[in-house]
Design a protein around this ligand. Structure first.
Ligand code: MG
Length: 251
């Protein structure tokens, strides 16, 4: 599949999809507190998405049994919402969310600290977010995809963090996952040329320890192999003639 270029009408729908997803994240964040299960967060979030007339795009995606991926601490991504997973003081919670609005997908992830967390954990969350913005600087028409990848990787490497290599960002539009794949580390090629109308989900996944990950026996939950803490930050962005537009973050 080649990289899709969205026309102005599609861009408007992508934008609306992204703005609604930002609202879901902001509203759901209010519910993250010690004592709540990840299943309850998923239920509340799904209701928000459906009340907006949208569809949670993760639900049943390749059989995923939740509307949100909620991953705690050494879980990197794709945590399955569960009644048995109760959020505790000191947890690092990653919420990855996506929705479909009038046929157009958006995808964004945030990492939250629950109460007090160690300084090194705070820094990991901060730097992971910065990695996204480091890449965003290069998300301009005429640049190549690898310019984004290199910038993300370079920022994480400054802190000696482990970059997850088994999972990558992606194009997005009428499908949740479209071409191109967007690694968070330099590729050996320059990659596609960025063009106005491309919509991309850029999503650094960064570990305090090594970048190696493994899959749990539920076949979904990805954890760090060394048990170290992991952070995730993602937005859906639009390549324009000028500065990139972040569709899932407006403030
Ligand atoms: Mg994504």
């Amino acid at each position: 599949m080649s990289v899709t270029i969205k026309n102005p009408h599609e861009i408007e729908l992508m934008r609306e999809s992204g703005h609604l997803l930002e609202k879901v994240h902001d509203q759901l964040a209010e519910y993250i507190r010690p004592g709540i299960s990840t299943k309850e967060l998923d239920r509340i979030g799904e209701e928000m998405i459906r009340s907006m007339g949208c569809i949670p795009n993760f639900l049943n995606y390749a059989g995923f049994p939740g509307s949100f991926c909620i991953s705690l601490n050494d879980e990197v991504v794709h945590g399955i919402p569960s009644d048995k997973k109760i959020i505790q003081e000191g947890d690092v919670v990653k919420i990855d969310a996506g929705l479909i609005y009038k046929g157009y997908h958006s995808d964004a992830a945030r990492t939250y600290a629950v109460g007090e967390i160690p300084k090194e954990a705070q820094q990991l969350i901060k730097v992971t977010r910065e990695c996204f913005f480091a890449g965003l600087k290069y998300a301009k028409a005429g640049n190549h995809l690898n310019d984004i990848c290199k910038a993300i990787g370079a920022h994480a490497s400054k802190y000696n963090y482990g970059i997850v290599r088994d999972l990558v960002g992606h194009g997005i539009g009428r499908n949740l996952h479209e071409d191109p794949e967007i690694p968070n580390f330099p590729m050996r090629r320059r990659g596609v040329k960025l063009l106005p109308g491309m919509t991309l989900a850029v999503e650094p996944m960064i570990n305090l320890g090594r970048g190696d990950v493994e899959w749990l026996d539920d076949d979904w939950t990805v954890v760090t192999m060394d048990g170290s803490l992991s952070a995730h930050y993602e937005n859906t962005i639009l390549i324009t003639e000028g500065e990139p537009e972040i569709l899932t973050l407006t403030k």
